[in-house]
Design a protein around this ligand. Structure first.
Ligand SMILES: [Zn+2]
Length: 93
């Protein structure tokens, strides 16, 4: 007979999610519309896909999100610089 270890109940979080459902928290904001989520209990990761629905965060999606994040950051930086320039300009005029 095998002894079942009781110290680490590995199945418990998954069982919890099966019964009560996953409890996702936003772990990363990629863009305004795309976010990454992690379940508090089983650590399952989700992300928003191009259709705006949630899907499992696979390595492929992680890659896509990294690119999206870079584009988004670049765009935000450019916008910030632009608005600073225009506010200086409006002060001068
Ligand atoms: Zn879960």
């Amino acid at each position: 007979m095998k002894k079942t270890p009781t110290s680490k109940p590995k199945l418990l979080p998954k069982m919890y999610c099966n019964i009560f459902g996953h409890e996702y928290q936003v772990t990363k904001k990629v863009t305004y519309h795309v976010k990454e989520y992690t379940c508090r209990h089983c650590k399952k990761e989700l992300t928003t896909n191009s259709n705006g629905t949630l899907t499992e965060l696979t390595p492929k999606f992680k890659e896509i999100n990294a690119i999206l994040e870079r584009i988004h950051t670049t765009r935000m930086e450019r916008l910030k610089r632009k608005s600073i320039t225009s506010s200086i300009y409006s002060q001068l005029v």
